[in-house]
Design a protein. Structure first.
Length: 320
């Protein structure tokens, strides 16, 4: 996986979640806290999610085949989508079920120092993981706000880890509040309410992740900045006089397909047009290195046809 895939952030989150899941489960065994059980399942699901992200990154590196001529870059999107499903089903739905059961059949929390101690440890560990994800994301985020970064990032791993870590931190705080209120009042219902809140939080995060990764799976165009660079690199003002129309598509986080119909002069020879296309491809790759698959179709621009809505159809020809 490339650096932009956030491997360091994934590994940090995986290590933190494995340690936290074990500690939470021990705390549940000693205290009987449903929040601890929900949180241990949450951390275990998160660990599996990080494993899925690492597996997706590894599988995406496979070479293209005749059956998959554009490679396997989109596998990273598929595994990120699977993460949202696991987070929804294993994390969110289980927590809601456990919270409902605890509210319906509340019982007192025993050995209070176990859940409190584990929650404090977990908050520290998750904060370290979240800090790593923020640091890795800041290298790519630029001037984008955090919501914009999550929505526009083409590499799915960092947004997934960011939202997972954020959800884990908030969930731990909710669990701490629920357990504290249950201990203070002697009413185990508060523990169940905290667990329900954790479940709702996880489902909301899962829905956001599913929506974003679904968009990537369907196929997203290059960002505005990359599109502007490609357009500037295409036209040389000599042989290539304008762009009639252009399409871009991410084949993976670091692989972009560019397809464009370009206008050339009527008097240019085939050799001149071929040389201009080769030069344009080189300029595009220099301006946007991830533009690895480029298809350029030369055509004669007809201004009257374009004005009539045919977008530069060649005189007497078709736009294909």
């Amino acid at each position: 996986m490339s650096a932009s895939g956030g491997t360091k952030a994934i590994v940090a989150a995986l290590a933190a979640n494995l340690a936290i899941a074990a500690a939470k489960f021990v705390a549940f065994l000693f205290s009987g806290s449903s929040s601890m059980l929900a949180e241990s399942v949450h951390s275990l699901a998160d660990s599996g999610n990080q494993g899925l992200l690492l597996l997706g990154g590894k599988r995406a590196q496979r070479e293209a085949t005749p059956q998959h001529p554009f490679g396997y870059g989109r596998e990273r999107y598929i595994y990120a989508f699977l993460v949202s499903i696991v987070l929804f089903s294993v994390g969110g739905m289980f927590a809601i079920y456990e919270g409902y059961e605890k509210i319906k059949h509340p019982h007192e929390i025993t050995d209070w120092y176990w859940p409190i101690g584990v929650l404090v440890f977990a908050i520290i560990a998750e904060a370290f993981s979240f800090r790593t994800a923020i640091k890795e994301s800041n290298e790519l985020r630029g001037k984008l706000s955090w919501p914009q970064f999550v929505r526009r990032a083409k590499a799915p791993e960092l947004p997934v880890v960011l939202l997972e870590d954020l959800g884990a931190l908030v969930g731990l705080i909710l669990a701490l509040v629920g357990v504290s209120l249950a201990l203070t009042t002697g009413n185990g219902v508060w523990d169940g309410i905290g667990t329900l809140c954790i479940g709702v939080l996880l489902i909301v995060i899962a829905v956001v992740l599913a929506a974003e990764t679904k968009s990537l799976l369907l196929g997203e165009a290059a960002g505005t900045e990359e599109v502007d660079k490609i357009k500037a690199a295409l036209v040389d003002g000599d042989v290539v006089t304008r762009i009639i129309h252009m399409r871009t598509l991410h084949l993976g986080p670091e692989e972009l397909l560019v397809a464009a119909k370009i206008a050339v002069r009527h008097e240019d020879t085939a050799a001149e047009v071929a040389a201009a296309i080769d030069a344009a491809e080189s300029r595009i790759r220099e301006a946007v290195p991830i533009a690895r698959v480029i298809y350029l179709e030369p055509d004669i621009y007809d201004e009257s046809a374009a004005t009539g809505g045919d977008r530069g159809k060649a005189p007497g020809g078709s736009d294909h």
